[in-house]
Ligand binder design. Structure first.
Ligand code: SF4
Ligand code: MG
Length: 316
């Protein structure tokens, strides 16, 4: 099969007392083909990070399943599980806090190589040097500490650490959001080059569409724990169907005149709290096209055009 990752009706709920729960990830289904990138966008609190972490197995799902290269994570035990853990890696938003300040960069990168028994001694040292070169750093940087590097360089170190264990799938959780705008494109280009070289598959998480536009083959838009729309990048930008996606596009710096017109009509305001989501469609409190049914029930997740999914009553 050319599908590497399949997420089926995945839910991740957190109890918050009084029998209540926050539905951080609510009934999400999608798949990613080998060597491709799914961009995932949404405001903070929309559940993107929770989804990414549940997929790589950092958090156990409340229900639903994650199937990685044909294996259901819930059924992968022992060596099989360790193998999957190696093949799925996470790159964090803030490399500053995810790199141990007391460890030399070389040791940070070597940790996973050792843990998974991939190499030792001189061979391991040589792999670390090659990884540093691969991400655009000098091999001698292995002897330095994280604080000696800029934010962009630290993100390169985070990428080298992820690559060290020869993954096939990487969840990049806002990998460029904390970086200077001038550095962001460099890191995205690096990720794109590495994908080509090593046949990597990505879930690339960002809070806006501009950041995922270049690298994504498909894009999913999340809102309050739910997927609102999912389509090929070109289709999403050319003909966004969901009112929320239309709002997101209208707020992009360089947008199509069609979307700019929409922008003037929409006063978007703050999203509702995930603790008190509105009844019906999660977007109804901010949606310029909301109808009475939208306040009564949630729209179904439907494929309304080939490979173009949307949850909205306008298309039912
Ligand atoms: Fe707007 Fe209704 Fe569609 Fe929700 S279902 S996005 S409220 S039109
Ligand atoms: Mg996040």
């Amino acid at each position: 099969s050319d599908i590497l990752l399949e997420v089926k009706e995945l839910r991740k709920y957190y109890p918050i007392g009084n029998g209540k729960q926050v539905k951080s990830v609510d009934d999400i289904s999608f798949s990613i083909r080998k060597g491709k990138t799914l961009g995932l966008v949404g405001e903070s609190g929309s559940g993107k990070s929770t989804l990414g972490r549940t997929i790589v197995g950092l958090y156990p799902p409340t229900s639903g399943s994650v199937v990685f290269d044909g294996t259901d994570l819930a059924e992968a035990k022992g060596g099989k599980r360790r193998e999957i853990n190696r093949r799925m890696q996470l790159i964090f938003q803030d490399p500053q806090s995810s790199l141990n300040p007391r460890m030399r960069v070389g040791d940070i990168i070597a940790e996973g190589i050792e843990a998974h028994g991939l190499a030792k001694g001189r061979e391991k040292t040589e792999q670390v040097r090659q990884l540093l070169e691969k991400v655009g750093l000098h091999p001698d940087h292995a002897r330095r500490y994280p604080h000696e590097f800029s934010g962009g360089q630290r993100q390169r170190i985070g990428i080298a650490r992820a690559l060290a264990v020869q993954p096939s799938f990487i969840v990049a959780d806002e990998p460029i959001s904390a970086l200077d705008v001038s550095i962001q494109a460099q890191v995205v280009n690096l990720l794109a080059d590495l994908q080509q070289e090593s046949q990597l598959t990505y879930l690339f998480i960002a809070h806006d569409l501009a950041m995922v536009k270049y690298i994504s083959d498909r894009i999913g838009v999340m809102y309050l724990g739910r997927m609102m729309e999912l389509a090929d990048s070109d289709a999403l930008f050319a003909s966004p169907l969901h009112p929320y996606t239309q709002v997101l596009l209208s707020t992009m710096p360089v947008s199509h005149p069609k979307h700019r017109a929409a922008r003037e009509r929409i006063v978007i305001g703050e999203p509702p709290s995930p603790i008190h989501p509105p009844p019906g469609c999660p977007f109804q409190t901010r949606c310029p096209k909301a109808m009475s049914i939208c306040r009564q029930m949630a729209p179904a997740w439907k494929e309304v055009e080939a490979k173009h999914w949307v949850a909205c009553f306008l298309y039912e």
